[in-house]
Design a protein around this ligand. Structure first.
Ligand SMILES: Cc1cc2nc3c(=O)[nH]c(=O)nc-3n(C[C@H](O)[C@H](O)[C@H](O)COP(=O)(O)OP(=O)(O)OC[C@H]3O[C@@H](n4cnc5c(N)ncnc54)[C@H](O)[C@@H]3O)c2cc1C
Length: 511
């Protein structure tokens, strides 16, 4: 058994961890280590934007799955997560949507800190972004991550769907990253020169990797924290099949919404009953770890047969998100509660037979602020024991009612004149599905994850919060958590931009 010591050890080289490793090592007096279970990506398909739905399940995916979900016809939902340098930013769909300012007002309220308000996070958003439209008060122009707003590359059927939104009175947005989110725009994408740019590509450049004070250890799995009194004294890891200990004055967990609570639980931090059942001795009772799990779902989908060939995507299939007020889709202000997405082909859950691509397009539909809350926990003491993941999908009236409305709106957009040149017929749910019971049954079978699990180590000022407003773990002196797990309530849109802003904001406080 050998030991290596650093000033700061960041665990998890995914989206947040890559930002932290780069930013914290800007101070050359600080010895920083980044530990990642996966290795640097080698699969060329990762870089191809249109391949993103097809690379899940490969050997750089943790390939989690939920327990059967009563709210979704008892289906088990696959939950891909990246196990590779760059983490889930190597698997994700590349849509860059910050969220609505009111989303972050809830975070500021939860923590009692304006740092987590929209204006508090804005410098972090700006620092992370290199927007194709150039720098402005609301857009970063020289950050590491390209945020590209496509134009003529947008598929003609997606343009027709945007026009259909306008016909129905939906506001126009210049892009998704201003202060208003209600409306429609092509998606801003983290793509440069036709290739995906992962957060590791963007932040862990050759210059950064060459820093003498940054050590990136890939292929190293962290099994548990070694705890002595109120301090984490080390990390029990496996490297090249050997057990080792890595130590640091400060430990930051960036292993993500699923792996971070699991790592804490394997280390004896969590609900004593859950730990006992999993064969882990409880060191610190923190029952809220792993609770508050929530995620966006998308109905897949409201599918149409097209009367003319739909050209293949030049982007990543799902080219435009439309955020809407459920009560009035023409409303421009306020936080949206439903979302539609236009896919350039047929997009269906495993419950339905896929029609051949080429003559079909799909409107995905979803709820931006689900109120269902689930939990996750370890299934045993070891890293490779299958976890129990229960997001409690569609367990509230709010979620079921708002989902019905989202499908209604998708159909309303789908029947607009602007789509006449494309629409041959609605294939799913199909004209026969009209009653509430039929619609609920369809939604339960159609929904799939939008891949945004959050909340399992939420930040807050209350005693049950897992981390405080500084993202310090409540109960241990030198442990922080910086990843999607600290998000207390989900943003309206995809969460990746917010994860990067959290990491940038945390790092700015440590300069
Ligand atoms: C298929 C898919 C599509 C998505 N699409 C979008 C999208 O279009 N837009 C958007 O905004 N968001 C999207 N997301 C969500 C977004 O990618 C994530 O929310 C974000 O990447 C989470 O960042 P993170 O740093 O919390 O975790 P991750 O990026 O998952 O990083 C965690 C890292 O920790 C490592 N790790 C875990 N356990 C250990 C351990 N025990 N030892 C060592 N290392 C460990 C992992 O291997 C991983 O590299 C998508 C996600 C997926 C999976």
């Amino acid at each position: 058994m050998t030991a290596q010591h650093f000033d700061v050890v960041v665990v998890g080289g995914g989206s947040a961890g890559s930002v932290l490793a780069a930013r914290l090592s800007e101070n050359d007096d600080r010895q920083v280590a980044l530990i990642e279970a996966g290795v640097a990506p080698t699969d060329p398909d990762i870089a191809k934007p249109a391949m993103w739905p097809f690379i899940q399940g490969r050997d750089y995916d943790w390939a989690y799955e939920t327990v059967p979900q009563p709210g979704t016809a008892n289906r088990i939902h696959p939950w891909p997560r990246g196990r590779v340098l760059g983490g889930s930013s190597c698997l994700h769909a590349m849509a860059h949507v910050r969220g609505h300012p009111d989303d972050f007002a809830v975070w500021a309220e939860a923590t009692g800190s304006d740092r987590w308000s929209y204006d508090g996070l804005l410098p972090g958003f700006l620092r992370s972004e290199r927007f194709s439209g150039g720098a402005s008060e609301l857009h970063g122009g020289d950050g590491p991550l390209p945020v590209w707003l496509p134009d003529e590359e947008v598929n003609p059927v997606v343009r027709a769907y945007i026009a259909a939104g306008h016909e129905r009175g939906v506001p126009t947005l210049p892009d998704h990253n201003g202060r208003n989110l209600n409306g429609t725009s092509p998606n801003s994408l983290t793509i440069r020169d036709g290739k995906r740019v992962s957060v590791a590509d963007a932040y862990l450049t050759d210059d950064v990797r060459a820093r003498p004070n940054l050590t990136i250890l890939t292929g190293v799995s962290v099994h548990r924290l070694v705890i002595d009194g109120n301090r984490v004294t080390g990390l029990a890891v496996t490297r090249d099949g050997r057990d080792e200990t890595i130590t640091g004055d400060e430990i930051i967990l960036s292993t993500g919404s699923v792996a971070t609570p699991l790592l804490l639980m394997r280390s004896g931090l969590g609900d004593p009953d859950v730990l006992r059942r999993a064969g882990v001795e409880c060191r610190l009772s923190r029952p809220a770890i792993g609770q508050n799990l929530h995620d966006h779902l998308l109905g897949a989908g409201n599918v149409y047969r097209s009367s003319q060939a739909v050209p293949p995507t030049k982007l990543q299939h799902s080219e435009s998100l439309m955020y809407l007020n459920a009560a009035d889709i023409t409303e421009a202000k306020g936080v949206p509660d439903i979302v539609l997405g236009c896919v350039t082909g047929p997009s269906v859950s495993e419950s339905f037979a896929a029609v051949a691509p080429g003559f079909a397009y799909t409107f995905l539909f979803g709820v931006t602020h689900p109120s269902s809350r689930g939990y996750l926990s370890i299934g045993g003491p070891d890293l490779h024991d299958k976890p129990v993941i229960d997001p409690a999908y569609l367990q509230t009236d709010h979620d079921r009612t708002t989902f019905r409305r989202a499908l209604d709106v998708a159909r309303e957009i789908g029947s607009a004149q602007a789509l006449t040149a494309w629409k041959a017929e609605e294939l799913l749910p199909g004209p026969g599905v009209r009653t509430t019971a039929e619609i609920d049954d369809f939604i339960a079978r159609a929904v799939i994850t939008h891949h945004h699990p959050v909340g399992t180590c939420r930040m807050g000022k209350d005693a049950d919060a897992i981390v405080d407003a500084d993202l310090r773990f409540n109960g241990l002196d030198n442990l922080s958590i910086v990843d999607a797990s600290v998000i207390p309530t989900i943003t309206s849109g995809p969460v990746h931009a917010a994860v990067l802003a959290i990491a940038e904001t945390f790092a700015a406080g440590r300069r």
